[in-house]
Ligand binder design. Sequence first.
Ligand code: MRU
Length: 371
Amino acid sequence: MKVGGQHFRTIWLHPANERVVQLIDQRFLPHRFVIEEVSTVAQMATAIREMHARGAGLIGASAGYGMYLATIEAAESPAVAGFDQYVADAAAELKATRPTAVNLTWAIERQLTSIAKGKTAQEKIDLALRTARQIAAEDEEHCRMIGQHGLKLIEQIARTKDGKPVNVLTHCNAGWLAFVDYGSALAPVYAAHDRGLPVHVWVDETRPRSQGSKLTAWELGQHGVPHTIIADSAGGHLMQRGAVDLVIVGSDRTTCTGDVANKIGTYLKALAAQDNKIPFYVALPSSSFDWTIRDGSEIPIEERGAEELKRADGWREGQILEVSLAPESSPAANFGFDVTPRRLVTGLITERGVCKADEKSILKLFPERAS
Ligand code: MRU
């Protein structure tokens, strides 16, 4: 998508040096647009853990490139136990960075299968590079398709609105910054806006990391999509007043039965949407399905440091400054995600189309997953 009129993806290989991965360092948005260069597995693990690169799809694409860097390191490290052991250790290091988004494990496992097919170190490096590129390209294409399928839902609502904007509420950031391009929850919004449909987005602030006010608002603004930032607790009020036509959120992991893990606070939005009879859709590429678990309670929920809740950072006089918000002595618990049960989900928007959030409907779209 566009940044200052120029097209960017969130991650790419350095055009002049194939041993370097470049990514947008999201810690500095919306104040500064910083591109980070990553050339080791350790740097990629830090970038994922510390959320320079975040969001389910982008975590997967970053891990894909991280595994490619692992093969280069393995070939250059004769002192270690052996190529395969080095790559396995790198896979474990990357897998340990963040627990909830299933795209991480999915991308690493895909890379391990691919790398295992190479006979020489160079063949393994070439396979890892090809797979990293494929993971990124598929992520982009799947998100583009999610946009096209979700567009039909927005078009349907637009027909009932007499030219007035369709009001979409979203939580966290499931826009292009959370993927390689386009996004999941925001892809239909971009498609509608590009089609000339009037659309407006209520952007949940999304404390404590503020992905909504920092990232979603920024990327919508860059693309010219009308939007308004709201406090996380404002959604129910807006729904009661008829100011929300549709909720679309993303997902970090969705079970094969349709339970959805997404950024903390999503469940409360789903409850409010149901109470107000507002459609609640979840947009996700197939890489965010966990085909191995059947119940949302089995999804690992990331707990991050208390300092994310007790402090905030912002921009002042050309610098990012951190301030303290809470009593230093008070403990804080920082749950990163929650699970919205399938009964609260109107539908899932995937690259293959829209389906109900139940096993039968999901498997109809993905029959190859039926055992
Ligand atoms: O902690 P993050 O920023 O990596 O969380 C991911 C998210 O932005 C959301 O949960 C999002 O809605 C799903 S990821 C596309």
